[in-house]
Design a protein around this ligand. Structure first.
Ligand SMILES: [Zn+2]
Length: 432
């Protein structure tokens, strides 16, 4: 995912928060550059989250309070009923009885009023969340949106397809089918099948059923090993642990199952030793032994992640859906873009950023979003391409081929950095 990110203006602009944003001259020459971190967006999220946490806290407190008060009332009413039964037998003073009844009614009324007023207080906190969202998130994004981006039929089809793919990944099959019908998108069965399979296995894993995943891993053993995957071993390991969980009754079965570790003996020797060692403690319970860490419950979430990662790699799919990656990138990029748009307007240099398919500044989405390495020529300040690839000089410096040709004089090249003189034909193309 790469977008060229330049702003064509001669003057430097300052970000709203005082951050110096670098810019390029009209000729495209770079004057310098600064990254505008996405931390502003994170702060905004954190701000809303804080309000949300306050509401949740009050809600929980309210739950406890109402439970306690209702319990107390119930106790009181039960007591009164007990008294009534006794009074009925003894035919006692009616005025005492009616006094108790009145007191009981008053108590109930007071409690209801108290709960109602506490409930009202929560309304205040809820509306604060709404206000925090309004204050922190600018819903008006049209200023930085390219209106024509979804104009063509093809692009709309791409969008629908990526939504359908995302839904398949999430296991929302019927929603995906409906969308296909309504949008007229035709999805090849061969594209759908892997997701159906993945979801079926993941669903079972979430229910702590290892069998479908094990069958899949055994069937794909060689290909998984080629990927350096530890999935199959980890599945066997977890199955073994679930047998340990069953106590002494499973001792024989666990011992027999241990033969599944044999193909992994070389690679996972230490893990296998630990698993076998734990058998000694089966009689006293693994949970009371030095091996109790084997029973940690987060292993199930971990195995789901490992399965998703390795199965996706094997099927040639990205681990995360392209749609959610794009959406997350947009969430990080939009505040920065809206910020710079505002700055451009304040400085009255509108018309500066007219190419809306280009970003005016570099936006750092973090290492997670690094997909393709790019190389910008330090001489020409341009991203290298297939027609103008990066070339390594014999001194080790790298420039683009166009720059190399420009700098060559009478069959000789002087490196612009060291400056070693050399034959330009000695330079080698490098690949990222
Ligand atoms: Zn050099």
């Amino acid at each position: 995912m790469y977008v060229s990110m330049y702003i064509y203006t001669g003057s430097a602009v300052k970000g709203a928060a005082g951050r110096e944003l670098s810019v390029l001259t009209a000729g495209g020459q770079r004057l310098g550059r600064t990254r505008v971190a996405s931390s502003a967006a994170m702060e905004q999220c954190a701000c809303v989250e804080r309000e949300l946490e306050k509401v949740l806290h009050r809600f929980v407190m309210y739950g406890h309070l109402s439970e306690e008060s209702l319990d107390e009332l119930l106790r009181y009413v039960c007591e009164l009923r007990g008294q009534l039964v006794t009074f009925g037998v003894q035919d006692a003073d009616l005025s005492v009885l009616s006094q108790s009844m009145a007191q009981c009614c008053k108590n109930i009324k007071d409690t209801v009023q108290m709960l109602a007023s506490r409930h009202k207080d929560i309304h205040g906190s809820v509306s604060k969340v709404g206000k925090a969202i309004d204050r922190n998130f600018d819903a008006e994004v049209s200023a930085v949106v390219a209106e024509t981006v979804w104009d063509s039929q093809d692009r709309q089809k791409f969008l629908s397809e990526s939504i359908v793919e995302h839904l398949y990944r999430q296991g929302m099959l019927s929603v995906a089918e409906d969308l296909c019908q309504e949008s007229g998108v035709v999805i090849d069965m061969s594209l759908k099948q892997p997701f159906l399979e993945l979801n079926r296995i993941l669903e079972a894993l979430r229910m702590q059923d290892l069998r479908p995943a094990l069958e899949w891993a055994v069937a794909n053993r060689q290909r998984l090993l080629d990927l350096n995957s530890t999935l199959e071993f980890k599945l066997h390991r977890l199955y073994f642990i679930s047998l340990l969980n069953g106590g002494m009754g499973n001792q024989l079965e666990a011992l027999q199952y241990a033969r599944h570790f044999q193909p992994f003996a070389a690679q996972h020797q230490r893990d296998i030793q630990i698993l076998m060692g734990s058998l000694v403690y089966l009689r006293h319970g693994i949970e009371n032994s030095p091996y109790r860490s084997l029973l940690e419950t987060n292993q199930w979430a971990e195995i789901c992640n490992i399965f998703t990662r390795d199965a996706c790699a094997l099927l040639g799919l990205s681990v995360e859906s392209p749609l959610s990656v794009s959406f997350a990138s947009g969430c990080m990029a939009l505040p920065v873009l809206m910020n710079i748009k505002q700055v451009i307007e304040q400085r009255q240099c509108s018309g500066v950023w007219t190419h809306k398919d280009e970003l005016p500044i570099e936006i750092d989405l973090g290492k997670k979003c690094w997909y393709h390495s790019v190389f910008a020529c330090p001489i020409l300040r341009q991203q290298t391409s297939e027609s103008n690839p990066p070339m390594k000089l014999i001194c080790g410096h790298v420039i683009s081929r166009d720059a190399l040709n420009k700098l060559t004089n009478a069959g000789k090249l002087k490196c612009p950095y060291c400056p070693m003189e050399q034959n330009p034909s000695d330079a080698k193309q490098i690949f990222f």
